[in-house]
Ligand binder design. Structure first.
Ligand SMILES: CC(C)(COP(=O)(O)OP(=O)(O)OC[C@H]1O[C@@H](n2cnc3c(N)ncnc32)[C@H](O)[C@@H]1OP(=O)(O)O)[C@@H](O)C(=O)NCCC(=O)NCCS
Length: 136
């Protein structure tokens, strides 16, 4: 048992354009992420002026045994620092509350405000500083 869902992480089945990150501390793998650092999956969202490309988190998982201890929050902060954005997005089917809890904004599609697809966005430029104030 690895602590990660085998259905989400198919060994060797990397998709073109995607990046796969493993986030570890003291030799223990804490979280995994699959990202598209140049995603053009940028619709028009009410009140947001987005660039042509964003960093899209396709999958993100915290090791099962370590959930509920702030690891997810810490690992997403590490991803943001790694890519520097400036814009990040995730389409959350489950765990929507996680993204809002860590400060991401639920976005409403301008043309389909009642769409059931939940999209969350984060602007790294809104952070006070990416270079200071972190112990990552
Ligand atoms: C969702 C997930 C990434 C959260 O990781 P975690 O390490 O347990 O989260 P944290 O402990 O850092 O929690 C940070 C905040 O999010 C909240 N939160 C965590 N999981 C949540 C969930 N499933 N629903 C709602 N809120 C959640 C916590 O209560 C906490 O809020 P607080 O700071 O106000 O107390 C993890 O449960 C997981 O890997 N789930 C399976 C995969 C998944 O759903 N991935 C996300 C979609 S791509």
């Amino acid at each position: 048992m690895t602590g990660f869902d085998p259905d989400w992480w198919c060994d060797g089945a990397a998709l073109r354009g995607r990046e796969y990150l493993s986030i570890s501390r003291d030799g223990v793998e804490l979280a995994r992420a699959e990202l598209d650092p140049q995603s053009t999956d940028v619709d028009e969202y009410t009140g947001l002026d987005l660039p042509a490309t964003v960093v899209k988190i396709e999958f993100f998982e915290v090791r099962k045994q370590l959930r509920g201890r702030g690891v997810g929050r810490w690992a997403v902060a590490a991803l943001i620092q790694h890519y520097e954005g400036p814009w990040f997005t995730v389409a959350a089917v489950t765990a929507a509350g996680f993204w809002t809890s860590i400060g991401w904004t639920e976005a409403r599609h301008a043309a389909r405000p009642c769409s059931s697809t939940a999209r969350y966005l984060f602007n790294a430029n809104a952070l006070p500083s990416l270079d200071h104030g972190s112990d990552l």
